[in-house]
Design a protein around this ligand. Structure first.
Ligand SMILES: [Zn+2]
Length: 317
């Protein structure tokens, strides 16, 4: 168990997180050059985020180490963001996952044919795997979160791996690969997308979704979150896919950073987005903390989070 002090430091505004980290080059283009886009996260804790000057990919700086991220997931993340301390995924999370899985299965219906091989990378509580299997697909998940993987196996009877290294599957094995709100949590998202693309058949499709850092309607710092060590916008998400030999599939609906990609044989261009980092720095320019507190914009997200916790507490009884 972490000390109460460690736990508390994850919740105290205007202080930093208990981590040291290390400087990292851009995982997408390799550049070391960056500009600062935020110094605060959604709970008004200090957390520096930078945008890569060459390609615009946003990352936490310094980057938490593997061990520091593991510590965070084992303690503060579970309690704070998933409210999973009562054991197993909370009900509102399961409801949301079920809705999202139904949407994803509908979108990918042309490819989810009987016998199709489907991988869900970051399969969570297993709703999409269950939906794919119900359509006759051969579905397998990868999920490092033990509670979620155990829930998926127990409640949906689906196959879920804890992890999958490069040689776990043969190149060109899957017809469909999906990954929903996973890449923003990874220290090496561009490398992981390349691995997923290798496992995909030449005519396969990859559904990939991440939060859009440029989404309107949120105070800028609300988008920053310790667990999200990378931040994408439409351009950088497409560049990440492009490096992996993927392009947006013309036959599928897309919205910003929720995309179905296909493979292309066209050579990979230089990975760059001139001026994007500067535009992001402007778009994400923080509201001063005092103005934010006075605006009351923090009240509703807090009320919503607490209401969900109360509902789940009642539902369990
Ligand atoms: Zn870059």
């Amino acid at each position: 168990m972490p000390s109460p002090r460690y736990f508390l430091t994850h919740f105290m505004p205007f202080t930093g997180y208990p981590y040291t980290g290390a400087p990292a080059a851009c995982n997408l283009c390799g550049s070391d050059e960056s500009i600062v886009v935020a110094e605060t996260d959604r709970r008004l804790k200090t957390l520096r985020s930078v945008a890569c000057t060459q390609c615009g990919l946003i990352r936490t700086d310094p980057m938490p180490t593997v061990a520091e991220l593991a510590d965070y997931y084992a303690t503060a993340y579970r309690a704070d963001y998933q409210l999973a301390f009562a054991g197993g995924p909370p009900r509102h999370h399961l409801n949301r996952s079920a809705r999202e899985a139904a949407f994803r299965a509908g979108l990918l219906a042309p490819k989810l044919k009987p016998g199709a091989r489907v991988l869900d990378f970051g399969s969570g509580s297993g709703e999409f795997l269950a939906a794919a299997r119900a359509l006759g697909c051969e579905a397998i998940g990868v999920e490092p979160g033990r509670d979620y993987a155990a829930y998926a196996r127990a409640h949906h009877g689906v196959e879920v791996l804890d992890d999958a290294g490069d040689d776990r599957f043969e190149p060109g094995y899957f017809d469909v690969v999906t990954t929903h709100h996973v890449m923003e949590h990874l220290r090496d998202p561009a490398d992981v997308i390349e691995r997923l693309a290798r496992w995909l058949k030449p005519d396969g499709v990859i559904y990939a979704a991440v939060p859009n850092m440029a989404a309107t309607g949120k105070p800028p710092h609300e988008r920053f979150h310790f667990a999200h060590v990378h931040g994408f916008v439409r351009e950088t998400f497409d560049l990440t896919a492009r490096r992996a030999g993927l392009v947006p599939h013309e036959d599928y609906w897309r919205e910003d950073t929720t995309v179905v990609y296909r493979k292309t044989d066209a050579p990979v261009p230089r990975i760059a987005a001139p001026g994007l980092a500067e535009r992001l720095a402007v778009a994400l320019k923080p509201m001063p903390a005092a103005a934010y507190l006075a605006s009351g914009a923090w009240i509703w997200p807090m009320v919503r989070r607490n209401a969900k916790a109360v509902r789940d507490g009642l539902a369990k009884r």
